[in-house]
Design a protein. Structure first.
Length: 446
């Protein structure tokens, strides 16, 4: 009998039960479908990543614990070695995926026969224009194991790189007859959830002529450093930039389709993200089964990486005070930003731990036109992602929508993330003016 606590998603299509491990919250209708399938001792088919092969397993084997049988073993006659390549794009959960694959690297190899070749720091590299020699050597040399890798820097590679990839993996005479079954996985996350992360990535790092480093150490105009714009300012800039790619996952999906079959992974499906990712990338694997059971029991398999953009607000407020002459000449930008952050947290605690509606932290938010633009572009991309995912899995669009977190609820929650500190208004408050005046006085006293 199938284990109900796995919360396995079952879809009925053309009298065939298609199963995807989605780690979903219990739903009476879904559980009823599962029970009906169990009572009929139905054979369940697991759709493989590239939709070209299926695994057939009897329900009687579903309770057996770890399942180490993959779609076919590497040594099977005529079987090409498999390369599962996750190409992002960035800010769609790639760090969570990479941390999880690294954490389970040993058991992936031992139990499932997949060698994890790393992320952008490994042989996959950061350069999407030419293939790394070590990667080409690995592909041409063959492998006793299947391979899985994850690198968001390969999201939109140059056409030359794609041609190299096609030649090395698919043209038999290039690598002495060695060919690979390449399966590309693209992750999709709602644009209104991605944009704050892109803003954070863009401005947390100072990029100058001498290279780049984390944090802004010099005042604007010194050493090519600059004032960090507020989130609404940045949104307005990108909104009017015709070169900015809003449909990121869609562009990546299209680009890699030149190589071969591409599958989509929806970050905003409900449930444990890394467990769902593994089951999407490596269906039928022992690690998929293990993570599914852990998630069903309430465990978090890998902690998601969701850095806050608030420390950019700290810098914005510090720079505004500098521009108003409230900062001593000996004070430095990054230490001041750190001190502002400490004061910020004190004011949050004074307001009962709340930032929203905090009198001490006045905010500036996008105007309605900017919000409408962001909503519309997110909605259009969501429609593409849902229809693409449905087509890949042979299910109805409504069935996919039913597995997602609610779009409107997520949008309502995300809107406040597009607001930044209104620095001019904040400096009119005695709580902030006294803070900066006191800090300046401490420098003057020596």
């Amino acid at each position: 009998m199938m284990v109900l606590t796995d919360f396995l998603q079952i879809y009925l299509s053309n009298d065939e039960i298609l199963l995807e491990r989605s780690i979903l919250k219990p739903n009476p209708e879904r559980l009823q479908n599962i029970n009906e399938a169990n009572s009929n001792n139905t054979i369940v088919q697991v759709r493989s990543l590239d939709r070209s092969q299926n695994v057939t397993k009897a329900n009687s084997n579903s309770d057996s614990g770890k399942n180490t049988q993959r779609e076919s073993e590497p040594e099977s006659e005529g079987r090409q070695p498999m390369f599962v390549l996750h190409v992002g794009p960035g800010k769609t959960g790639t760090t969570t995926v990479q941390n999880g694959l690294k954490k389970h690297e040993a058991e992936l190899l031992q139990d499932d026969g997949y060698e994890y070749v790393g992320d952008n720091s490994g042989i996959l590299g950061k350069n999407g224009s030419t293939m790394k020699a070590k990667l080409q050597e690995l592909l041409c040399g063959g492998s006793d194991h299947d391979i899985i890798g994850s690198n968001e820097f390969l999201a939109l590679p140059a056409s030359g790189y794609l041609q190299e990839w096609i030649k090395v993996t698919n043209v038999s005479d290039v690598c002495g007859g060695v060919r690979w079954d390449v399966r590309v996985l693209v992750t999709d996350r709602r644009i209104f959830e991605v944009f704050p992360a892109l803003y954070n990535q863009r401005y947390k790092i100072f990029r100058g002529k001498g290279g780049y480093h984390y944090d802004h150490k010099e005042w604007p105009g010194v050493g090519n450093d600059y004032r960090i714009p507020t989130m609404p300012e940045h949104l307005e800039t990108q909104r009017n930039d015709t070169e900015f790619i809003w449909s990121r996952s869609q562009e990546v999906y299209k680009r890699w389709s030149e190589v071969g079959p591409v599958s989509l992974f929806l970050v905003h499906q409900e449930g444990d993200m890394f467990a769902r990712y593994v089951c999407r990338a490596l269906p039928g694997s022992g690690l998929c089964d293990k993570l599914t059971r852990a998630a069903a029991a309430g465990a978090t398999t890998v902690k998601a990486a969701n850095p806050s953009t608030r420390y950019l607000d700290h810098d914005i407020l510090g720079v505004e005070s500098y521009n108003r002459g409230l900062v001593h000449a000996s004070d430095k930008r990054f230490p001041l930003s750190t001190a502002v952050g400490k004061r910020w947290n004190e004011l949050v605690e004074r307001n009962g731990g709340e930032e929203t509606g905090n009198h001490f932290l006045p905010m500036v938010c996008p105007d309605e036109a900017a919000y409408a633009f962001l909503y519309d572009v997110s909605k259009r991309t969501e429609e593409w992602a849902v229809s693409t995912f449905a087509e890949e899995n042979g299910v109805a669009v409504d069935a996919v929508v039913g597995t997602l977190s609610d779009f409107e609820d997520s949008w309502a929650s995300a809107k406040k993330k597009f607001c930044s500190i209104d620095a001019p208004r904040a400096l009119e408050l005695p709580e902030w003016r006294e803070f900066f005046e006191s800090r300046r006085a401490s420098f003057e006293l020596g």
